[in-house]
Design a protein around this ligand. Sequence first.
Ligand code: MCN
Ligand code: CUM
Length: 795
Amino acid sequence: MTTVHERVDTFHDNDQKPVGYGRMLRKEDPRFVRGRGRFVDDVRLPGMLHLAILRSPVAHARILSIDTSAAEASPGVKAVVTGAMLAEQGLAWMPTLSNDVQAVLATDKVRFQGQEVAFVVAEDGYAARDALELIDVEYDVLDPVVDARRALEPDAPVIRDDLEGKTDNHCFDWETGDEAATAAVFARADVVVSQDLVYPRVHPAPMETCGAVADFDAVEGKLRLWSTTQAPHAHRTLYALVAGIPEHKIQVISPDIGGGFGNKVPIYPGYVCAIVASIVTGKPVKWMEDRFENLISTGFARDYIMRGEIAATRDGQILAIRTNVLADHGAFNGTAAPVKYPAGFFGVFTGSYDIEAAYCKMTAVFTNKAPGGVAYACSFRITEAVYLVERIVDCLADELGMDPAELRLKNFIRPEQFPYTTKTGWVYDSGDYEPTMRLAMEMAGYADLRREQQEKRARGELMGIGIAFFTEAVGAGPRKDMDILGLGMADGCELRVHPTGKAVVRLSVQSQGQGHETTFAQIIAEEIGIPPDDIDVLHGDTDNTPFGLGTYGSRSTPVSGAAAALVARKVRDKARIIASGMLEVSVADLEWDKGSFRVKGDPGKSVTIQDIAMRAHGAGDLPEGIEGGLEAQICYNPSNLTYPHGAYICVVDIDPGTAQVKVRRFIAVDDCGTRINPMIIEGQVHGGLADGVGMALMEMIAFDEDGNCLGASLMDYLLPTALEVPDWETGFTVTPSPHHPIGAKGVGESATVGSPPAIVNAIVDALEPFGVRHADMPLTPSRVWDAMRGNARPP
Ligand code: MCN
Ligand code: CUM
């Protein structure tokens, strides 16, 4: 089913308050707008000490010696810890989420600029930071490997000589699709277009940096850890495995989080340092990184060097797509991706098109740069995949002299082909692409825009129109083939209805700004008719929520949202039995009417969910075999991912004198299935579109040849502001997921995935008079200028 009309399914309870899905102001915002949010840095415990980390000034060096004596004597300092000291406890290295190891504090070598070398614990943060300057480290500087292409050269310095028998910088190889079948299709195609593309290294740069407060109570033997984490339960299990503290003696609390964007999925050395420091000093210890540390050392995103090839018939039938990728993983493989998917979900690079064959070959390497890779609203690397396919489809349109919208419309997977198995093995659950594309074109006034462009070109003005159409795979994932370090990707949910009909729902996922306190209350409300205001959402505390893998890959709605709907239905099933007792009719004679059960054919006889809650806890008999109380818990294991899609159209103007790009209009039509809260969805889309403007035009973590990070402050790493973004024009279609209990698909990363190619396509389109087929992001004025002069250079 596809409709462009908003589902306004706000029914009313007895007080005429709207409940269920629909636009609703965020329940968390009164707290945030009054400055009452409680973030990790707001945690202040009695006797709390402060931790600061000494970081490597160079990208690659052997550590010859570390002298901590002056730092230890500095006023207020309680402890100075080096890698050698951690090594004595077996804590110098920790596992990453990708089956690699990462140094907590360097012992042998430093492998990227900003790597953790030592830490100081002191009475306050100033004393700790001052003492860092007194630590004397002697480095024997080695040649760094900064470029992924250099990493594979036979004479390149070996970065990971900590790994036994390692003699090169190779991280992993991966392939998907059918190489021979794809080659055969390419061989017989009328047209083959190939293009080199770089998706540069960028950074999620959330407003709140990463940090933790560790409080180890030696008497209880219990560790309490407040930390900036998107996955509190997974982190707890890993701490138990690394630190040897029994899991039930670890409580991870992720309080309010000031933006995550994937930056807060990995476990960082700083968290482990804070834990060690608390155990050593017997006091609570806070570690909070600054902006510089965040940008220089925590999870980056992208850094893929790709070659895209596309084969087609002369009349524009796309036959096959092939890609070769060189992936830069930095010094340690610290990405968070399901174990079977070392390249995340990059395998969906065939996009939204029905093609005959596809093949991807990837090589990942270590370099002397910070670890990471899966972050910044990437849906597990679908950002890279969508950029690849949507750019080369435009290159093909250019080659064929065909309109890029027409080319896409001609090649879409058709609605009757769903569920559709792609040539790389992904089963797209549902989709109806053409109406989404047509709506975007209608909103944009596509034909008029093309006419306007022609007129402008005749006058020497540079105007471009860019299209991107994407399909995402979100909601990892079926636990049979998806896990993070052995933990199956399912999520729990618990719902308790109190005697007076108010409720609390406990989630294993964790909001970083996505509005879960609102939308999860709405899901429960829709199912059991208790108004969202009467439902509290608890998350981010492992002692008080059921186990589950957390928020990333836009999995909260696909996985936990399903869990919430199903747990509510379980409660409703029990409520039905209690209602049958109260109304003295059989269960089969009852019908559910949005908040109450009534006797079929006798609408006057009914009981509300609130009446039932009181009876469930109150005096009087309950039906045979029914226990008191009104609550339930489940663990939801998704049967497939959900596949949202969208059509984006961007209009840019370029100043021919300065090469400055202005994004004049941006039309985004998203289809995330059933929409729970359209206002929140729009907020997610607006944010993601701004991300896209940032990546397409200005963001890049760059390095010089010595491995010095050149994007380590927000003066150099440019983020878009209200000045650079247009008024977004959003629309939607609704193609519900057939396997999700409420038909919802994720949307949190869609716009970040879909917008960069739309903007780059628009810029390349604007530069058509200069014969430009491609230019790499970020398209700063100097890059655009170079492209106009025929020397587009890779980053
Ligand atoms: N939603 C809805 N109807 C749908 C789908 C989603 O109303 N059909 C609502 C959800 O209920 C939720 C929000 O939209 O309130 C996002 O839902 P979902 O797509 O499930 O994504 P997650 O909640 O799992 O959020 C994760 C996603 C990721 S991975 C990144 S990265 C990112 C993003 O969310 N980080 C964010 N958006 C962010 N937004 C903010 N403000 N801060 C971040 O750190
Ligand atoms: Cu890839 S960023 Mo989000 O999945 O947390």
